[in-house]
Design a protein around this ligand. Structure first.
Ligand SMILES: C[S@@+](CC[C@H](N)C(=O)[O-])C[C@H]1O[C@@H](n2cnc3c(N)ncnc32)[C@H](O)[C@@H]1O
Length: 210
């Protein structure tokens, strides 16, 4: 990113919700430096904690996994190294997807807006993983309804929510709402480090779809 002196957290916190053009521009200009900046400058571990948690419960390497908001493919890299090769990545930034494609780890990659109805049948994926995408000005908790719809019975949904977003948006209400309708059950929910070098934490959640 051009102004790497700005802390990455400050950049996220200044993003205005619903300003998709601004967000698209951020990732368009950032894609080629993203991996280095988030890992080395911010100490981002969102991709590692979500992958580790999902892999603790997902035993079948043939499982069809959706990496929602895959970006440059940091999650896909971890899953691929662990012999999970049936991974579809979706993101709304073509430039981020282009970097992910170069890594040759995804079965397919698609340009998708996660705030809209998703073009997948019901009960399609064995697991959905979403790291770093429930964050300031990105995707809100309403997207969880679609993730539940496209996940098979017994399938897993693993995601992070950045601390500020967890507090600012109705995550608790929507998560409880899904639970009340018996659409999923909680397997794990923890507060975790997220951008370690910037002192930012997140909620790390794993649910099983009924
Ligand atoms: C912080 S990055 C996380 C990327 C990756 N999952 C990781 O762990 O490095 C957030 C990603 O969400 C994507 N994104 C933001 N809003 C989106 C939307 N409405 N639909 C799909 N992807 C979106 C961005 O393009 C970006 O690639």
């Amino acid at each position: 990113m051009k102004n790497t002196k700005r802390m990455i957290s400050t950049i996220y916190e200044s993003l205005h919700a619903k300003d998709l053009d601004e967000l698209e521009d951020v990732y368009k200009n950032w894609a080629s430096d993203y991996d280095n900046d988030v890992i080395n400058l911010a100490g981002y571990v969102g991709h590692l904690i979500t992958s580790d948690l999902l892999l603790k419960y997902l035993n079948n390497a043939e499982a069809k996994v959706l990496d929602a908001g895959c970006g440059t493919g940091l999650v896909g890299e971890v899953l691929f190294k662990n012999n999970f090769h049936n991974i579809e990545g979706v993101d709304f930034s073509q430039e981020m997807l282009d970097i992910a494609k170069q890594k040759q780890i995804y079965k397919s990659l698609k340009l998708v807006d996660l705030t809209k109805k998703l073009d997948y049948e019901d009960d399609f994926f064995d697991a959905v993983i979403c790291a770093g995408t429930f964050t300031c000005g990105h995707v809100g908790p309403e997207a969880l309804y679609e993730m539940v719809r496209i996940t098979k019975e017994g399938g897993l949904i693993c995601f992070t929510v950045r601390k500020q977003e967890w507090e600012a948006s109705p995550y608790i209400r929507i998560i409880n709402d899904i639970e009340k309708t018996d659409s999923w059950i909680k397997l794990e929910h923890n507060t975790c480090d997220y951008n370690v070098k910037e002192g930012v934490s997140c909620q790390l959640c794993l649910y099983q779809v009924n």
